[in-house]
Design a protein around this ligand. Structure first.
Ligand code: FAD
Length: 403
């Protein structure tokens, strides 16, 4: 048996191909879309044309045997820009929810409708969070009621902070079927395109990742066919019966999605950190004060050494978790959460230090590290805050009921 930390040629080709798109197409317009704070449709169209925004590309990476395809692609895209990067990959979170909770037939029906094709782009959104249910997923209020007479589900409630929310063609919505069972009484539903009763509420203006669209999604008596319940009714009934009898289960739909997506989210954070680090390194070599490049001061050089080291360490955690997920290994020590926690906090620290190294220039919008620092902050908040990652890790390593 051989062990290797070297990337194979396929991975190198993937990395270089996505990197070229990030450098040539995303980077040059990153500041413009950040300022406009609008969804970057033309960039998405370019990404679709070359196949980076497509079901085929993401399905290939998801099925790739090492699990590294997604983190490699994510890191390069987000190296280009995080707001545009999230606009390109936002759909994949909803697609991952269908894959985690749906049947093969449901994946086959909905995944193509989430991406569309060049010239006819489609988007998808994943809607779990609510105004009173962010970290506390069990406090969710959106209700799903089954209408046996018509074999339809009726969704009622308000979702918030949904990436692509309201703009999307397909929405994946988590809703409560049995409130007494808290998280175990929830299920995931697909709301097909043009369904009556679903509308966009407030669009949020944000601190960072401003090209990405984040909005409320209002569900007012939304009626969807029975086949839109992910996993199907028999599986849901079985799961609910088990929960009522008190058997342990890992069936909570939001968690099933997040477990799969956390290493990929960590890779996005690494892309931002690496971008800021590279700019800071170049700047430190050329900026002279007191008659020498500022990098010749240990204070600056050591900051850069720490930045480089923490980026490498984060990547190893992310790649390990992605590999484990692909091999079907369970995250006994919450390895997915570990990877997202470390990568997210690294992105915040590295971008802040990059600003420090650039001095006054770092604080202005003349240089991109200011935007990168704003973008990095979301990585300690979404897909589970840093505190929630620590909670998950603490419970996993101790088995104790830590609150
Ligand atoms: C730009 C953006 C995009 C998003 N995209 C999506 C999306 O596509 N789909 C979706 O469903 N959601 C999305 N979200 C929502 C995101 O996942 C939530 O904001 C996040 O889970 C945190 O929830 P909250 O904002 O309600 O914070 P809260 O849960 O209210 O937390 C507030 C603070 O309290 C801390 N805290 C809470 N509970 C505990 C505890 N038990 N122990 C210690 N500390 C605790 C938190 O860590 C945090 O610091 C997005 C959010 C943003 C801002």
């Amino acid at each position: 048996m051989t062990t290797s930390f070297e990337l194979g040629q396929d991975h190198i080709d993937l990395r270089d191909w996505v990197h070229a798109f990030a450098a040539d197409v995303i980077r040059p317009v990153a500041a413009e879309w950040d300022e406009k704070e609008e969804f970057p449709w033309p960039v998405l169209e370019e990404a679709a044309k070359i196949g980076i925004y497509s079901l085929d590309f993401w399905a290939t990476q998801a099925l790739e045997e090492t699990g590294l395809g997604i983190p490699i692609a994510m890191e390069e895209l987000f190296w280009g820009d995080a707001g545009i990067g999230l606009s390109i990959v936002g759909t994949t979170l909803a697609a991952a929810a269908v894959r985690a909770n749906g049947t093969d037939q449901q994946v086959g029906e909905w995944a193509p409708q989430m991406f569309g094709s060049p010239g006819d782009l489609k988007l998808a959104a994943f809607c779990s969070s609510e105004p009173d249910a962010g970290s506390d997923v069990g406090a969710m209020r959106t209700r799903a009621t089954y209408d046996e007479a018509t074999d339809e589900w009726v969704l009622q409630g308000t979702k918030t902070w949904a990436t692509n929310g309201g703009l999307a063609d397909v929405h994946v919505v988590i809703a409560v079927v049995d409130p007494e069972l808290r998280t175990r009484g929830q299920a995931s539903f697909v709301v097909p395109p043009d369904t009556k009763g679903l509308s966009q509420g407030q669009k949020f203006l944000k601190h960072g990742i401003r090209a990405s669209h984040t909005a409320e999604v209002v569900l007012d008596q939304v009626r969807i066919p029975g086949r839109c319940l992910l996993g199907g009714k028999d599986r849901l009934d079985e799961r609910l019966a088990g929960a009522r009898e008190g058997s342990s289960g890992r069936g909570q739909p939001s968690m099933a999605t997040f477990e799969r997506t956390r290493p990929g989210v960590g890779a996005q954070a690494i892309g931002i950190a690496r971008a800021a680090y590279e700019i800071a390194l170049d700047y430190a070599k050329t900026r002279e004060q007191f008659g020498k490049p500022i990098i010749e001061n240990q204070a600056i050089a050591f900051m850069l050494a720490d930045m480089a080291t923490s980026i490498e360490a984060s990547r190893l955690l992310v790649w390990r978790a992605a590999w484990m997920a692909r091999q079907g290994k369970t995250f006994d020590q919450a390895e997915g959460s570990m990877s997202k926690l470390v990568a997210g906090e690294t992105a915040v620290r590295v971008t802040e230090r990059a600003m420090q190294i650039l001095g006054g220039n770092g604080f202005t919008r003349e240089y991109p590290v200011e935007r990168m620092a704003r973008d990095a902050k979301i990585y300690t908040i979404f897909e589970g805050t840093s505190e929630i990652q620590r909670l998950v890790i603490a419970r996993a390593i101790s088995g104790a009921p830590i609150r």
